[in-house]
Design a protein around this ligand. Structure first.
Ligand code: HEC
Ligand code: HEC
Ligand code: HEC
Length: 195
């Protein structure tokens, strides 16, 4: 005789229902449902990565990014006569998966918190903090040997031959000197913060 007390609890009943084979759906239907969920997830991720990787998003979604965005617009990487520029994400976000997703998630959470706390909410605060932020960016470029610069700038022997003697020598010697692009080229998209 069953009493209310030995009826299995809600969690246990849900677990049993989850673990028992489906009586209603065919294996084919279940597979199809899995495929659709997977597809929506994959396409959805790509759409989000794209939507949050534009200059429009990075430069205007957060009030705090307006000052760097305005400087970028005026820099060689923002506008030049060849019409080939570099976007925020070209320089700041890793290009390879899964590192790209991990970086975007971390940066998104950190930036959302900082934005809501107004860490660099005014131009004065931004000026005060920019040196610290720039040092963080420089450290990233040093760590990965300026990988994002190199997705566009590839110094083949042919490219080096077209450069003037000064930069050509620097570019040829840099491995011996253990230097990377950012060691010699700071402030290529924004004003370099004063020491
Ligand atoms: C998306 C491609 C792209 C990326 C990424 C990129 N660049 Fe450039 N860069 C260009 C193009 C295109 C030009 C040529 C602009 C011109 O000559 O008007 C240029 C020009 C330059 C110049 C010479 C013009 C100047 O500003 O005096 C330097 C130096 C330079 N880049 C360094 C870098 C460094 C350092 C990085 C990484 C922090 C980087 N670039 C990342 C595309 C890129
Ligand atoms: C040891 C210092 C040094 C390193 C490291 C270095 N550069 Fe340069 N680069 C120079 C100098 C000096 C010039 C000439 C002056 C200038 O344009 O700033 C130059 C010029 C350039 C130019 C313009 C070329 C031209 O002929 O007008 C580009 C683009 C550039 N560098 C990109 C890079 C990239 C990308 C890296 C990393 C792969 C890099 N540099 C690493 C010192 C360096
Ligand atoms: C050509 C590569 C490049 C592009 C394009 C670029 N940045 Fe940067 N960014 C850098 C580098 C390098 C630094 C480190 C400071 C420096 O050397 O100017 C930096 C620094 C920063 C900083 C720290 C504050 C500071 O001024 O140093 C912020 C915030 C930033 N970038 C946001 C952006 C946003 C937003 C965009 C697009 C509107 C963008 N960046 C486009 C290379 C780039």
């Amino acid at each position: 005789m069953a009493t209310a007390s030995n009826k299995p609890g809600l969690i246990r009943r849900m677990w049993r229902a989850l673990m028992s084979p489906s009586a209603r759906w065919s294996v084919f239907t279940l597979l199809l449902m899995g495929l659709i969920v997977g597809l929506v997830g994959t396409v959805g991720t790509q759409v989000m990565v794209h939507a949050t990787g534009t200059n429009q998003f990075c430069g205007t979604a957060c009030h705090s990014m307006q000052w760097v965005a305005a400087e970028h617009k005026k820099s060689t990487h923002g506008a030049n006569r060849y019409g080939v520029g570099a976007s925020c994400s070209d320089c700041h976000i890793p290009h390879a998966y899964p590192g790209k997703l991990w970086y975007k998630t971390k940066a998104g959470v950190k930036d959302a918190i900082a934005e809501s706390r107004g860490v660099i909410g005014t131009e004065a605060l931004f000026k005060k903090e920019r040196k610290r932020m720039a040092e963080h960016v420089w450290a990233e470029f040093r760590e990965n040997d300026s990988a994002n610069c190199r997705t566009c700038h590839v110094f083949t022997p042919e490219a080096l031959a077209l450069q003037k003697g000064g930069p050509r020598k620097d570019h040829q010697n840099r491995f011996a000197e253990k230097k990377t692009c950012i060691d010699c080229h700071k402030g290529v998209a924004h004003e370099e913060p004063a020491e």
